[in-house]
Design a protein around this ligand. Structure first.
Ligand SMILES: [Zn+2]
Length: 426
């Protein structure tokens, strides 16, 4: 059994923060050897309930759930910060040539290790991640995540058209490879597989149909793709699939909208599309730093809420500009504030934080598993230092309540704040 004394943040079922300024987190391994939360609450209320507790003293620090990144491309770690005239030129000039290198397993392994080091430095404990079209890229990521004991989801990218040599795959083989990888890795330790059509324009109808059939045969496997990121892309999807009701509807037509289906961006959707998201159980990965970087547009929180569609936050590296959840939450605040293309709003700091922890986990179908520190959850968490920089120390000392403290961390925080990232299986 392990116990940690610190300020403690978690969330209730109504998405509200639960906060103990002098808290105690008690964890113990389950039958798999994965530490789960046994108790969480105020130190004074809990300390008498456990005999012989060895308490790690992190007073002056904040313990919070590990961050969950709903959409990131590990192979694009080296593409971060590449300038381009929007999404499609960026793919063509930087991303596709770089991803071609992942046919080499050694290269893929090296990037995967670096990627997971970065996630840990930034306090990200679970990620839903694109690999590349090469099966070796998937194996490399799973092996690295398994060795680190992570809850982690990835899959082989499907792209059998409108893609250059080196990344384009072959329809039938791509589906065979996907199913083989799925059977090798899904449900092994804390790993999960995601069927991964890159986006509708890069997949033939036959490939999308095969992906949908695979998804129907394996309902507990994830689906991940992109939709409605940018106007040129939306126009292109309409040209390629004129019979579909909308770009999002293409995925629905091929059986790719269901629970555990995660669509990055979801910017240029109609209210009918948003209702389709809610009805199907598909969810959005909101990628604010990427959307600002590529000038794609602004996720409409009010429209998403009024349609009842679920969403969480994501870095979308390498279109995104940082692995840091603090940068992502701040960018999400900017996106929410934007009031020219949609009504602007001020997202509450605890709400931004929820979107990147418990909310993201819930959208992934992992509610009760990760993203929170209520009893029963796998104990992936971060130890944060609100005094990590002089300005942050000065500002957080003057915070009069939890919302002010969280907002100071969101606005001023970066990896220096992350004193430790604790993985439940370690
Ligand atoms: Zn993406």
């Amino acid at each position: 059994m392990q116990a940690y004394r610190a300020a403690l943040l978690r969330f209730d079922d109504q998405h509200r923060p639960v906060y103990d300024t002098d808290g105690l987190l008690v964890t113990a391994p389950d039958q798999r050897g994965v530490h789960t939360v046994r108790a969480a609450g105020s130190h004074s209320a809990l300390i008498g309930q456990f005999a012989d507790l060895e308490v790690h003293d992190w007073r002056d620090h904040l313990i919070a759930p590990g961050f969950v990144d709903m959409h990131v491309h590990y192979p694009q770690t080296d593409v971060i910060g590449s300038p381009a005239d929007g999404l499609l030129p960026w793919l063509e000039h930087y991303t596709f040539p770089h991803e071609a290198r992942f046919a080499d397993p050694d290269y893929a392994r090296g990037v995967a290790e670096f990627f997971f080091d970065e996630l840990q430095r930034h306090g990200v404990t679970t990620a839903l991640t694109f690999a590349t079209s090469h099966p070796a890229s998937v194996t490399a990521a799973f092996e690295a995540a398994q060795a680190r004991g992570l809850r982690f989801i990835t899959g082989k990218v499907l792209q059998d058209r409108h893609s250059p040599d080196g990344v384009r795959d072959e329809t039938e083989q791509s589906l065979i490879d996907s199913e083989n990888l799925l059977q090798s890795w899904h449900g092994v330790d804390r790993l999960g597989y995601a069927i991964t059509p890159r986006f509708a324009p890069s997949c033939t109808p036959a490939q999308l149909r095969g992906a949908g059939e695979l998804a129907a045969r394996h309902p507990d496997v994830w689906i991940q793709s992109h939709v409605a990121e940018n106007h040129d892309e939306v126009r292109w999807a309409h040209e390629l699939f004129p019979e579909a009701g909308s770009y999002l509807g293409v995925y629905g037509d091929f059986g790719l909208l269901r629970e555990r289906a995660v669509y990055a961006h979801c910017i240029h959707l109609s209210q009918g599309d948003r209702a389709l998201m809610r009805r199907s159980g598909a969810v959005a990965a909101v990628c604010p730093t990427s959307n600002l970087f590529l000038g794609s547009g602004f996720f409409d929180y009010l429209a998403a809420d009024s349609a009842g569609m679920a969403y969480g936050l994501a870095s979308d590296v390498g279109g995104g500009t940082s692995f840091s959840p603090f940068k992502t939450m701040l960018a999400a605040y900017f996106v929410g504030r934007e009031g020219q293309s949609k009504p602007g709003l001020s997202l509450k700091p605890s709400q931004l934080w929820w979107q990147h922890t418990a909310g993201a986990a819930q959208a992934l179908g992992l509610k009760g598993v990760v993203g929170n520190l209520q009893p029963g959850h796998e104990a992936d968490f971060v130890v944060l230092n609100p005094q990590a920089s002089p300005l942050l120390a000065r500002r957080t000392q003057q915070a009069s309540d939890l919302e002010e403290l969280l907002f100071a961390l969101i606005v001023l925080g970066d990896e220096r704040v992350v004193t430790r990232t604790v993985i439940a299986s370690r």
